[in-house]
Design a binder for this molecule. Structure first.
Ligand code: CUA
Length: 334
């Protein structure tokens, strides 16, 4: 009896833990879609899940029933009747799943085709998405705008992403706005997303891509169309070229930052994120850190310590004074 109650409490704790995973504020809860494309996927998921639950309960129930009903009992040591095969049962349990899968398959294919149909209205916004170890780059073709980690989009408008990789296979996954699509080197994949309401939608890379895969996050920031236009106009502006007396800007050149990072009109590195409007973002380094002075400081002290495997390698360690000056310069990149 004692054993039973301890097992029961273990089970209850387990269930409580499982349920706590369903907290309502989970920012990547794909069961609460926030746009028409994600809703289409969800409409497919809901009935399939319901059917799966019915099948699970039925099959597990039968397994339990059989295990109890035909369990070994004292005084019944003789071997049970031996049976081999039951054609009618076997045909039944082959046909039922086959039919279920066929029906699910039809709806799945229809949904996939519908989600991926080429936008005929010409109203869709196109964005080129590049996966890097371990951050995302977004380019707005025809606009000359390049940004990182935070993808800005207008609400109520279909956004077509052209997914490409600069190194290994990644996967772009903003769960509340769409499903996930692999980002494969040497190949262009397509994905459409759309947000109904303004807001920030969380996502992450969903394909193991190396040491800091778990630190390759992303955000989609949806604005009303007017605010999006304002954001885009801001991103197009070129920051003033830093004066020759700006010590932080001089360090940005001399300490190697310029070799990897572009600041429009000043440096032209292509390896790391474009920093032209760094301070228009809320996060940095694969959207894992909030963008603020303290986080930038610990980052510049030891990027690899903060993000294992990070390709941001400082040729020479920076001292605190240099870090202070560099941050002061970065803060001008609004
Ligand atoms: Cu990129 Cu995982």
């Amino acid at each position: 009896m004692k054993l039973r109650s301890s097992r029961l409490s273990l089970l209850l704790v387990g269930m409580a833990l499982a349920l706590s995973a369903c907290a309502s504020d989970a920012p990547q809860d794909f069961t609460k879609p926030e746009g028409p494309i994600a809703k289409q996927v969800d409409r497919l998921f809901d009935p399939v899940f319901a059917v799966a639950v019915v099948v699970f309960v039925l099959v597990e129930g039968l397994v339990l029933y059989v295990a109890m009903r035909f369990r070994e009992r004292p005084g019944h040591d003789d071997a049970p009747t031996q049976t081999h095969g039951n054609t009618r049962l076997e045909i039944t349990w082959t046909i039922i799943p086959a039919l279920l899968l066929a029906v699910i398959g039809v709806f799945t294919v229809v949904t996939i085709l519908d989600i991926n149909k080429v936008d005929a209205t010409g109203e869709a916004l196109e964005v080129d998405v590049y996966g890097h170890q371990w951050w995302w780059e977004y380019r707005y073709p025809g606009e000359g705008v390049i940004t990182a980690n935070e993808l800005h989009i207008p609400t109520g408008r279909r956004v077509e992403l052209k997914l490409q990789s600069k190194d290994v296979i990644h996967s772009f996954w903003p769960p509340k706005l769409a499903g996930k699509v692999d980002v494969v080197p040497g190949h262009v994949n397509h994905m459409a997303i759309e947000a109904t309401e303004p807001g920030t939608y969380y996502g992450q890379c969903a394909e193991f891509c190396g040491l800091s895969h778990s630190r390759m996050r992303l955000r989609v920031v949806a604005h009303s169309p007017a605010e999006f236009a304002t954001w885009l106009a801001g991103q197009k502006q070129q920051p003033a070229k830093p004066s020759t007396s700006d010590e932080g800007a001089a360090l940005f050149q001399s300490k190697g930052c310029a070799g990897c990072h572009t600041v429009a009109g000043f440096t032209a590195g292509e390896i790391g994120p474009n920093l032209t409007h760094l301070y228009s973002r809320k996060t940095f380094a694969g959207a894992i850190f909030d963008l603020n002075e303290q986080n930038l400081r610990t980052w510049l002290r030891d990027p690899q310590g903060r993000k294992p495997g990070s390709l941001m390698k400082l040729p020479v360690k920076l001292n605190e004074e240099e870090i202070t000056k560099l941050i002061a310069y970065l803060e001008t990149l609004k």
